[in-house]
Design a protein around this ligand. Structure first.
Ligand code: IPE
Ligand code: IPE
Ligand code: MG
Length: 272
């Protein structure tokens, strides 16, 4: 039975949709717990309007906040946003500088609202190369929001899926060399423990905007069984209603995780 979000537990301070749209009714069991977002298409959106790429990033900040608010409204427990990849260092020095400075100021500007909404911010990424001032700002956001439990927001900054797995492998190797871990005892759970955020849930719904149909090294381990959802909208045109649309699509997917049910059309199952 679909249930409406419980207004007694929904944080009061999440700004509602500007046209008064309310979240769709999705049964709690059909709701993705963890939604990953590849916020792509900012530069092309801006360029197609005669603007510099950086203007697209600026608009993208408001989109991100709207989508997070929509996630809180719907009852999503965890969201991961891809803000800067380990491959994004390949961009022009000017764009890299802009993106680093922008990450810092956006975090500073939005932390209070995120905190009011009950969002717990966690940085997910690797330290080398990340600007110290950005790291400081994301650590500050983590400290301020540490006690929140409405939603976890993984801020993926200087994140790469292969880097994450390589870093985990190195840390595990060090444990083995120090005699604290036996190779034979390594399982998938061991790998999970050495990821950037061991507490991260498996991704249920992986969304990418801008029409590109690739994962670009995002959350490779955690998205192993994610449902993929691609939309042609560039990130600045995405919004919470589009997030809800993706969640409705997700709710009708049949996730099998490798299993199978023998259900011949027209015959009842024999229960074996
Ligand atoms: C995504 O938008 C934001 C970041 C990578 C930081 P892009 O900057 O990749 O925009 P497009 O894909 O070139 O349009
Ligand atoms: C992925 O987008 C990274 C982020 C959104 C931060 P990119 O624009 O960097 O990915 P590619 O180059 O299209 O694979
Ligand atoms: Mg892109």
């Amino acid at each position: 039975m679909p249930t409406a979000p419980d207004p007694t537990t929904a944080p009061e301070s999440v700004p509602l949709h500007r046209d008064g749209l309310t979240p769709p009714l999705i049964a709690a069991t059909a709701l993705p717990e963890h939604v990953a977002l590849v916020m792509d298409g900012n530069g092309r959106w801006a360029n197609s309007r005669g603007l510099a790429r950086t203007e697209g990033h600026r608009i993208g900040e408001a989109t991100m906040m709207d989508v997070i608010a929509g996630g809180v409204e719907l009852g999503i427990k965890e969201m991961s946003v891809y803000a800067f990849s380990t491959e994004n260092w390949r961009r022009s020095p000017a764009e890299v500088r802009f993106l680093m400075g922008f990450a810092r100021t956006a975090l500073r500007a939005q932390t209070d609202d995120l905190n009011d909404w009950g969002v717990q911010v966690r940085w997910v990424g690797r330290e080398p190369k990340l600007w110290k001032s950005v790291l400081k700002e994301v650590r500050r956001a983590e400290r301020i929001t540490a006690g929140n439990s409405t939603m976890v927001l993984n801020m993926c900054l200087n994140y790469g899926g292969r880097a994450e797995i390589a870093d985990a492998a190195r840390a595990i190797g060090q444990e083995i060399a120090a005699g604290r871990l036996k190779p034979a005892s390594i399982t998938e759970k061991t790998i999970q423990r050495y990821l950037y955020s061991p507490a991260m849930r498996d991704v249920d719904l992986f969304i990418r905007t801008s029409g590109e149909q690739r994962t670009s090294n995002f959350l490779m381990w955690s998205s192993a069984y994610a449902e993929l959802y691609f939309t042609d909208l560039p990130w600045p045109e995405f919004n919470r209603a589009e997030l809800w649309r993706a969640c409705v699509a997700y709710a009708s997917r049949n996730r099998r995780f490798g299993g199978a049910i023998d259900a011949v059309a027209g015959k009842a199952e024999d229960g074996q």
